[in-house]
Design a protein around this ligand. Structure first.
Ligand code: MF3
Ligand code: CO
Length: 257
């Protein structure tokens, strides 16, 4: 069942989304050599709680941290720890915040210092794929229109779409219907209607589209250890078109544009 939200509920999700965006901006300022991923997690949790929110991921199916931090060939669900960032890394950071009963979910892949031209292109392509998907989040379209737009954008740039991980509806729960694959056929799947709130999240690779789960049972990497990128926004389908609820805001937002 797809749960549509009222305009007031969407505004509440945007409040949660603002905190998510603030956290991403804060973390982006600390994407520096020798910072540990555990330090990023600690500052994220502190910021979320200072805003009256709860880190949605913490305790979800036993997940032990507030954010996911996934360097280089790691696609998603990296558990923060002793890993030290180094110049040239690309680091995917995924943040979920629950505020006023609603969840917002967003991710961004950041460079650490100077990165290779290849890595820079990968990040740009993943951002562009997310934008292409968001553009299709319109009443009357179908989920497949989002999926196909993401796939066309990413594959057109020469990257592989990771198929076994999907976007999702989001609301009072982090994961609601529908699933939103990052590949598919235009005109297929559930019809989009005003009030739907969707986490659109392309995950792409510079090599293989296959993945494996690490021994920690959370971290997921590309099977050939090629670089990966992940960009995600929580988006509402409205009568006025797509509304991004996790848009960059607040201190340091310039770094996210
Ligand atoms: N954004 C991710 C998702 O949609 C975050 C999940 S991390 C978890 O699945 F720890 F909460 F599972
Ligand atoms: Co998500």
């Amino acid at each position: 069942m797809i749960i549509r939200k009222s305009p007031a509920e969407i505004d509440q999700m945007a409040e949660a989304g603002r905190v998510v965006a603030e956290v991403l901006a804060l973390v982006s300022e600390h994407m520096q050599p020798n910072a540990t991923t555990a330090e990023l997690d600690a500052m994220a949790e502190e910021h979320i709680r200072s805003r009256g929110g709860v880190p949605t991921f913490k305790g979800y199916r036993g997940y032990p941290a507030s954010i996911c931090v996934s360097p280089n060939s790691m696609v998603v669900h990296g558990i923060p720890g002793e890993y030290e960032l180094k110049t040239g890394d690309v680091v995917s950071v995924d943040v979920g915040v629950t505020l006023g009963g609603f969840v917002a979910d967003s991710a961004w892949t950041f460079p650490v210092g100077e990165i290779s031209a290849e890595a820079e292109q990968l990040l740009q392509a993943c951002r562009a794929a997310l934008e292409a998907g968001i553009e299709q989040a319109r009443s009357g379209n179908r989920v497949g229109d989002i999926s196909a737009a993401v796939q066309r954008s990413a594959e057109g740039a020469g990257y592989a779409v990771i198929r076994s991980l999907v976007g999702h509806g989001v609301g009072r729960s982090m994961h609601e219907e529908p699933q939103i694959p990052n590949y598919g056929e235009p005109g297929r799947g559930p019809r989009l209607e005003s009030g739907m709130t969707l986490a659109i999240e392309p995950m792409i690779s510079a090599g293989s589209r296959e993945i494996y789960v690490h021994d920690d049972q959370w971290s997921i990497s590309t099977s050939d250890d090629s670089l990966a990128a992940h960009f995600e926004h929580t988006v509402a389908v409205t009568d006025d078109g797509p509304r991004v609820l996790t848009a960059p805001a607040g201190v340091g937002a310039g770094l996210l544009r």
